[in-house]
Design a binder for this molecule. Sequence first.
Ligand SMILES: [Zn+2]
Length: 359
Amino acid sequence: MLLKKLKYPINLIILLVLISLSVGPTYAESIQISGDQLLVRSGPGTEFEPIGHVNQGETHPVVEHDGDWIAIEFAGQTGWINSQFVTTLKDQPASPEMTDQSDQQDYFHIPFEHVNVRAQPTTDSDLIGELPFNEKIELGDTYEDWIEVTWNDLTGFIPLWIVEANPFEQTVDQSIFKGKTIVIDPGHGGVDVGAISITDHYESHYALYTAEVLRDQLSQLGADVVMTREDDYYYALMPRATLANYVHADVFISLHYNSEPQYPTATGINSYYRNESEQLLAEYVHNQLIEYTGANDRGVEYGNYLVLRGLSRPGILLELGFISNQEEEKQIQSHAYQRKITQGIIEGLQQYFLTSKQK
Ligand SMILES: [Zn+2]
């Protein structure tokens, strides 16, 4: 906890700009991008970190000016670009979507590399597509933790939090994650479904869902995320460790859910490490998981799991809750709870990275 750093100025400024925009955006001016693959930065200068790019021919509403820099509405936030690579469209009629304020708020740019679209607003419904980074989508109605989206001919559902603000704005130091290679291993997959829940859902599906949420959040923090499997297919255990060794993972995290059908009251989270050197990593992540989820603390233990045996990189295995317990499974199905899980993992990783940096 002592190691947490708060980052205020830039985030706060962006937040204030967003708040002022949400009151009622009126864009008097817009610009057209004349350079290709133009970097968009978090502030007005090359010293600010890139947050994405815009392409030749795109038009964007202007939020404000600062010297040679222009703030534009970008991917649901404010981004800065150098004015020498743009053409101002001040005196031209605004496009229809920009004149209609209600329409303006119903569009959104995808802030991550991959966002899965599902047929129904549930974690176990079919995947019907994937939204690329920065794609402009139309937002529809919300259904609890989900929101309906339309992109080209595709209409489906994505988790609601994706269109909300970054939950780590004030607790996670993004520079810690920049350049870190994190291998996420969703347990089981394909014919190996893992445990089967009390409502006949598969551990392999839940593990993949948690992995996707974790991947998107870590990517947003600047980490290089590698998934051992991206979909519901079988992948043997040893190659998962080999993959982590090959990419020189800073951390390997295997995600699982537990089941004890003969003890339906069993609940809680267990965390495992295989080498003594990984005990601290397991403890940091485990303690934050318990803090964020409020789950029953089943402790940190040595575990000689096959998937950890082939690792030459730091790795842990997490059993994130009991799908044999009706109440716990219900929580695991909720996106709000998934966010608590992934936030706990991320805060734990941050502590681990900060500590290993000091050594
Ligand atoms: Zn498992």
